[in-house]
Design a protein around this ligand. Sequence first.
Ligand code: EPZ
Length: 429
Amino acid sequence: MDKIRIIGGNRLNGVIPISGAKNAALPLMIASLLTDETLTLENVPRLADVRQLTNILVNHGVDYGVNGKRIGEDLLTGQTISLTARSITDTTAPYELVSTMRASFWVIGPLLARMHACKVSLPGGCAIGTRPVDLFLMGLERLGAQLDVEGGYVVAKAPGGLVGNRVVFPKVSVGATHVIMMAATLAKGQTVIENAAREPEIVDLAKCLIAMGAHIQGAGTSTITIDGVDRLRGARHRVVADRIETGTYAMAVAMTGGDVLLEGAEGSLLENPLDVLRQVGAEITETNSGIRVRRNGHGIVAADVTTDPFPGFPTDLQAQFMALMTRAKGTSHITETIFENRFMHVAELARFGARISLSGQVATVEGVESLKGAPVMATDLRASVSLVIAGLAAEGETTVNRVYHLDRGFERLEEKISRCGADISRISG
Ligand code: EPZ
């Protein structure tokens, strides 16, 4: 298994290109199941999760194509892919494929909307919490689906097709909002989703669905209205910039010091975390080409954060922020409200000499003068990258094991940051 080796202490200076968002690319790819025409997606990141979802879609009968490199493009430029679900040959999403990536469960929405029947494996738990699917099932039932759980599979039927209805989520869920929005595009009549997720990835999916001929209003607010249509057509869509990758590298620069342009980043997608970074001492300016992050001279100060659905502080940046706070002046409190078990990085950050104590959903981080490099590993991708951030600032050598977690969500991480002066490399093994 590959490892990442880091010799800490270098500042980061230069340009980091920001990729298309993984969490937008995945539902966009799934939306291709809604039409028999071709959906072309630009700026798709080269990630293990994208490859895995491609396998799942191909299993349903989707034709997949990827454009070759054009002049001036390198491997850090996102790829353009085309997906054509001319006919869906298999409406079963098997356990072997769904269990490796939770988002693949989301095929249930388009398959049911277009084929009126499907069988999708339950995704099961994962490292960051139990992550149930009750909200998806409630929403689909509201649209008239008959659902049974048999042998670990959701067996779904909607003879005659889905029918629009009011769906009120008791809790904000990104995935359930994606699924009900996709399903409702082909339902008869109007669907109103209340307490919908407002994440930029929801807005990006809605833009693509609208380009495919869907009638959707209100994406980005907590009420989304969808008027069903008989069919959707093909479209071309560019995946929005990855706000989590942006926030991660901004925190890395705040941690090491230096001056980096996050090229292609969009500040409006992460105002809350950027404000927090300003508060702790980073200088952040938005330019025409992206976001410039600087920290010179002064250290960072402690601040408290609580994760919340968008536009709050994202749970997907919680681990990275904790890494930054390990060296801040003062004590910070980090409260995780989205997932019950998203603190696995705490024990690993302690291996660098960080002082963190946990009490329920709150981590208290007492900043220390310096961190010391160590062998570490983590069990999810955001936790893994928090260890990279700590390693970049730690004295001496750090090895981050289980790099496949990083490869699921960060495109060419070591290449992007070594170009800015970090001493970081991949050791194949
Ligand atoms: C999406 O996961 C993201 N994944 C996650 O990114 C992200 O952490 C999360 O949203 C929150 O922002 C993708 O977009 C592919 P949720 P999702 O449904 O949709 C509970 C990363 O690192 N819930 O919004 O699965 C759930 O347990 C990741 O890239 C129910 O109770 O998250 C959680 O507590 C990991 N019942 C909360 O809602 C349900 O039926 C929010 O989860 C569904 C969810």
